[in-house]
Design a protein around this ligand. Structure first.
Ligand code: AOF
Ligand code: ZN
Length: 346
């Protein structure tokens, strides 16, 4: 299929939107390309970090001759905003610069905007086209969209299993199932997510750091579920200050350094309560690494979006069984060193 110029320019806008990856959350990744009928691309910009200028502002700043804007098309991956946030509305800016045509990938689910940006443009006489590469845009900002639509963070599950279907030995240890390559991928996914969660069993047996190592990017907030505060305090998630640790519990609200105790319902809390709390604290993406029981409880509750499963050729014979999906859709399978990496969506 031949790609039209609109598709090509939007593809470019999506490409530069990614330059904000790992830095914009809980805002979306947004790219903007300004195209003049004779001069081609005359300006580009993206939302670079949370609180920073919006993509449209940076794109317009990059243009040498602003007169060209009166004949140009703006390709924006997200509906231009209509609200006064940390910056004035981008829709007003596009109108003020006399841009005659705006092409948009996705509408903004943020109720502050949600169609009002497009309305502003149209009522100023701008020709607006929406839905160009909509699926690609939805995939790029799946964390942002899920958080607004499902009112909970986007949930990614990950585990590694032996060829005979075990996630760990009987004592809970899971060393040497997946390869060095696979573990590096895990660190790249950690860097993409805002928060990371493992079960208390895994914390006790593996004492993981849950930080990003060997890859570039920010370590996610470590979420620990410890209702009665019975986990040993020497665990590395408590002592290591690389990133914040939020201990969701029924006992106390207290903060010292990187350690934040957050008291949820003192009578007990559910997975839904946990997700609700994270959502309210601005967490749009949650990476869940195990163990089997915690993963299975999210699967059984239907609370997941994407899953990565490594299958290694190691054989354990006995051990703790890997989780089992209820409803899932197979997406891809590829090699990851000696392992096979399979991707599923809910
Ligand atoms: C745009 N262009 O590049 C982005 C938009 O707090 P603020 O002022 O940064 O506003 C954040 C909201 O603005 C965010 O939730 C989303 O609705 C929209 N993001 N809009 O026109 C951009 N990043
Ligand atoms: Zn804006």
């Amino acid at each position: 299929m031949q790609a039209s110029p609109d598709v090509l320019f939007m593809r470019r806008a999506l490409q530069i939107a990614r330059l904000g990856e790992g830095k914009v959350a809980p805002n979306p990744l947004v790219g903007c390309v300004l195209v003049h009928p004779e001069h081609g691309i005359i300006g580009e910009g993206w939302h670079p970090y949370f609180g920073g200028p919006h993509a449209e502002v940076n794109a317009i700043r990059s243009v040498h001759n602003e007169d060209w804007l009166r004949e140009s098309t703006a390709y924006v991956t997200l509906e231009p905003c209509s609200h006064f946030g940390k910056t004035p509305p981008c829709a007003d800016l596009l109108v003020a610069k006399g841009i005659p045509r705006v092409v948009i990938c996705n509408t903004d689910p943020n109720p502050l905007v949600a169609g009002k940006g497009i309305e502003k443009l149209r009522s100023a006489g701008i020709e607006v086209q929406t839905g160009i590469l909509e699926k690609e845009g939805a995939q790029l900002n799946r964390f942002f969209f899920t958080s607004f639509i499902k009112k909970r963070p986007f949930i990614t599950l990950k585990w590694a299993q032996t060829s005979d279907g075990f996630i760990a030995r009987e004592d809970g240890s899971s060393k040497w199932i997946s390869s060095v390559e696979s573990r590096l991928r895990v660190h790249s996914w950690r860097a993409e997510h805002q928060a990371i969660l493992v079960g208390s069993g895994t914390l006790r047996t593996d004492d993981p750091m849950l930080t990003v190592r060997g890859w570039k990017g920010k370590s996610p907030v470590r979420i620990v579920l410890d209702p009665d505060l019975t986990l040993p305090t020497h665990l590395r998630v408590f002592s290591d200050p690389t990133s914040e640790t939020w201990v969701l519990n029924q006992v106390k609200d207290e903060s010292t350094g990187h350690l934040h105790f957050k008291r949820l319902n003192p009578l007990g809390f559910t997975l839904a309560d946990v997700l609700d709390h994270l959502q309210k604290d601005g967490i749009q993406s949650l990476f869940i690494e195990g163990g089997s029981r915690l993963l299975q409880s999210f699967i059984d509750a239907g609370l997941w979006d994407e899953a990565f499963v490594f299958k290694s050729d190691v054989v354990f014979g006995t051990g703790i069984k890997a989780p089992v999906f209820q409803h899932h859709q197979f997406i891809t399978s590829e090699h990851s060193g000696p392992d096979i990496l399979q991707k599923f969506i809910h």
